[in-house]
Design a binder for this molecule. Structure first.
Ligand code: URA
Length: 244
């Protein structure tokens, strides 16, 4: 058993400073597996060493499970910025419980404010680096709505590669198919600034709407409405890492 003091345990999960957590506990706001505990120094086995759900506890009305690391999926709505200090729109972090901010959850890569779809967030620095680094060449699938109708020649152009300003070599789509005359399923393996919009512009068209539906092997959960999030479980992390 790897025991942890209750004040330290709550602090690690984003419920405030150690002092604030001690006050919450002493005031009788905390219960563990359904039993109230008013001793901040009582030891508990957190029951998780990774992102899996461990010990169940309750703070006020909030029921929570201890997780040593936080890995989340968010269905990003349009009109939100992926920054802690947004300029013109609210931050995606306003869509998450405050505990996520206190445990320093960050976005894994960024989407433009008007892009929707799958966003990963975590407080695991190694995970953030691994999945946002262009070096890993993780495929990301985008559903692209175009301004002007196109044919197979447009798809062929993206697959052959387009010249982007400031890029030494042409950038090619890893995969691309038409879903209709004005919608494409486009896969890219880099994560360059405004990459999809710039590729489409370089091929002579314009993006009207952009939605990311997959990262690696992981699809956006269809049960999540725009603005909703959920934890990633071990099976999701495995799926993320395995793709064709
Ligand atoms: N490419 C873009 O142009 N915008 C995004 O948000 C993501 C990829």
């Amino acid at each position: 058993m790897h025991a942890m003091q209750l004040d330290r345990l709550l602090h690690s999960q984003g419920f405030g400073s150690r002092k604030e957590c001690r006050a919450l506990i002493r005031a009788g706001h905390v219960s563990i597996a359904g039993v109230s505990c008013e001793d901040p120094f009582a030891d508990f086995d957190p029951g998780s060493k990774d992102g899996s759900a461990g010990l169940e506890f309750q703070v006020g009305e909030q029921r929570w499970h201890y997780r040593a690391k936080a890995y989340l999926m968010l269905h990003k709505p349009t009109g939100y910025e992926c920054s802690h200090k947004p300029t013109f729109h609210p931050s995606v972090f306003t869509l998450l419980p405050q505990q996520m901010l206190l445990r320093d959850v960050q976005c894994v890569g960024r989407l433009d404010q008007d892009t929707t779809g799958l966003m990963l967030l975590s407080d695991d620095g190694q995970f953030i680096h691994q999945w946002s680094s262009g070096k890993k060449r993780t495929p990301k699938l985008y559903e692209v709505t175009l301004k002007h109708a196109v044919g197979e020649d447009f798809v062929a152009h993206l697959l052959a590669g387009v010249e982007l300003h400031d890029e030494p070599a042409p950038i090619a789509a890893a995969a691309c198919e038409l879903s209709s005359e004005t919608t494409l399923r486009l896969t890219i393996c880099e994560g360059k600034y405004h990459q999809v919009k710039r590729m489409i512009a370089a091929a002579g068209n314009r993006v009207e709407a952009l939605h990311r539906s997959r990262i690696g092997g992981l699809d956006l959960d269809g049960a999540l409405a725009p603005g909703q999030w959920r934890w990633l479980e071990a099976a999701d992390l495995h799926t993320l890492a395995t793709y064709d």
